[in-house]
Design a protein around this ligand. Structure first.
Ligand code: BTN
Length: 253
């Protein structure tokens, strides 16, 4: 009802009160032939997955959703999927709540340094083509501040904790799917996608120009986050003056 009819994402949707992980459930649906754009969401997750093998705190009140993408995308452009999703999430939160959070490279949505949303894209590629993606989006929507365990209180927050008002999760999901859908089509057609949004991403980002430590899958880099290119690659100028390209990793301030 709230989705534009041209939006292919979310035309098919499954909601369950409780699941291990909406990403895992979306893959199970994919194996049974679920269509492009299927959205799987849950009231709570018992085994929510985070990036780099971490777990994701997923109690009731959050928006825990996964979108099944079955449009072939060039592997060289796979990183753009999550960058585009982060801009869509930021816009959706801003438009539905008036709180305009920041984006921490590559795709954490943060407010005053604490995480409001995390994005986990799981990819199935065949050679140079990404055939399927399960895009998992976890928004700490209506989680009371005191529901976070003590070890997360310095690093995580929720929309409710920041604004004092619960957010309509359906409206939030619809806004982000409607924004993301045409950007994903551009990517699938190999047209400019993140390049078109790079200005918006840069204006919202809290990473560039800062002295950072970046944990990549293979090493720890220390330096100034200098720029992000139109494919979403982050460039770090290290103390020796050398500029290193980072395709995936975690930024620590
Ligand atoms: C991160 O580590 O920042 C990514 C967190 C992604 C969490 C979401 S919640 C919905 C979906 N299902 C999962 O198991 N994980 C993602």
């Amino acid at each position: 009802r709230r989705l534009p009819s041209a939006c292919r994402l979310g035309q098919d949707a499954v909601w369950v009160p409780r699941v291990d992980s909406t990403n895992a459930l979306a893959w199970r649906c994919a194996r049974e032939g679920a269509p492009h754009g299927l959205v799987v969401s849950a009231g709570e997750q018992t085994g929510g997955r985070g990036r780099h093998g971490r777990s994701w705190f997923s109690p009731q009140g959050g928006l825990w959703m996964s979108v099944l993408l079955r449009r072939p995308i060039p592997l060289s452009r796979a990183a753009e999927v999550t960058l585009l999703a982060s801009v869509a999430v930021r816009r959706a939160i801003g438009e539905t709540t008036g709180l305009w959070p920041g984006i921490k490279w590559p795709n954490d949505i943060v407010h005053h340094g604490r995480k409001l949303c995390g994005i986990l894209a799981e990819i199935r590629a065949d050679g140079e083509v990404v055939e399927q993606v399960v895009l998992g989006i976890g928004i700490n929507a209506n989680i009371p501040a005191d529901a976070f365990p003590p070890e997360l209180r310095r690093t995580a927050t929720s929309v409710l904790a920041e604004t004092g008002t619960p957010v309509d999760r359906l409206a939030l999901a619809a806004a982000l799917l409607a924004a993301f859908d045409p950007w994903l089509e551009a990517l699938a057609d190999d047209r400019p996608a993140f390049a078109e949004l790079a200005e918006e991403w840069r204006a919202a980002n809290v990473t560039l120009g800062r002295w950072v430590r970046v944990a990549t899958p293979t090493r720890l880099l220390v330096g100034v986050a200098e720029r992000v290119d139109d494919r979403g690659v982050l460039y770090i100028r290290t103390e020796s003056g050398k500029v290193c390209a980072v395709h995936s990793g975690d930024v620590l301030f």
